[in-house]
Design a protein around this ligand. Sequence first.
Ligand code: AQP
Length: 335
Amino acid sequence: MDSKLVFSGVQPTGNLHLGNYLGAVKRFVELQDADTMCIYCLVDLHAITNWQDPKELRRNTIEVTAAFLACGLRQENSIIFNQSQVSTHTELAWIFNCVARIGWLNRMTQFKEKAGKNRENASLGLYCYPTLMAADILAYHATHVPVGEDQKQHLELTRDIAMKFNNDFKTPGFFPIPEPIIEGTATRIMSLRDGTKKMSKSEASEMSRINLTDDSDSIRKKIQKAKTDPFEIPSVKEELVNRPEAENLLGIYATLANQSIEKTLEQFSGSDFKKLKDELSDILISELDPINKEIKKLLNEETYIVEILRMGSEEADHISRPILQKTREIVGFLK
Ligand code: AQP
């Protein structure tokens, strides 16, 4: 096993969609299979920064864990757990709230987008979401964090917190400065209804996203109805500028076919969107259908899933507890 330590998290706020799968979970599986120590967390504390129905939160935590397993994460190779069972995260987050500066948090674009115009009424948790995320990562001294493009700014804040802590307490290198892993052709999958918006769980329209739980008919229907433009598919990448929907569909196809965007343009150049949509539906169904079936099967084994999270939480606590203890000593807290 190499010396990297990978950490990442997913909010249990609904079914995982194609963006979560291609931008995050598929990468988690590749890293796990590359013989790297990997810790993957269902970030339920992050989920409640926006109100969640308690029954739904519980159900979503089980469902997202089932999706992790169905996508290929294995308990033998990765630590899989839910954040709220490991209290080191919140304890370290408080210390980081006292390290991070208000000015840093004021620059976070995700808070601005999510709070919208009603900022005064947003939860305090939503505002300090990034310091909890820093604690999630640094509680394990993680060195690498696979995420989608939307998390880049939060990762930069994590790095700033680690550097300021090490500097303020004169403990160079105590917290490693984690590297983001934001690579490949699927770091930002866009909505099927609007190619300028990211595909997201919280978008009202179900037609905007492909869920991992969608059956073949829904996948085909959503792709057939995906927004496009009146032009034919071009032959060069430069001609995709200002055509976000075309770029998105071609990008998804390229990722699933494991080929470059140039090769994909060569394949579809000059044809209309019907051909692209038919072939995209086929390739999506062949990738997602086995996952969909496996999720359904696993959802009948709730006790097994709850047990995986319990065991994962024990392991996560075992790794993060001594790091928190050392942090407490550095800060000057009595034992
Ligand atoms: N559209 C996307 N394309 C590529 N990667 C994505 N990710 C999310 N959306 C895309 C990556 O998936 C991981 C888990 O994301 P998350 O659970 O923190 O949150 P979310 O899926 O972004 O949540 P929503 O509800 O879909 O979106 P919002 O919160 O914007 O409404 C992360 O690594 C993320 O980068």
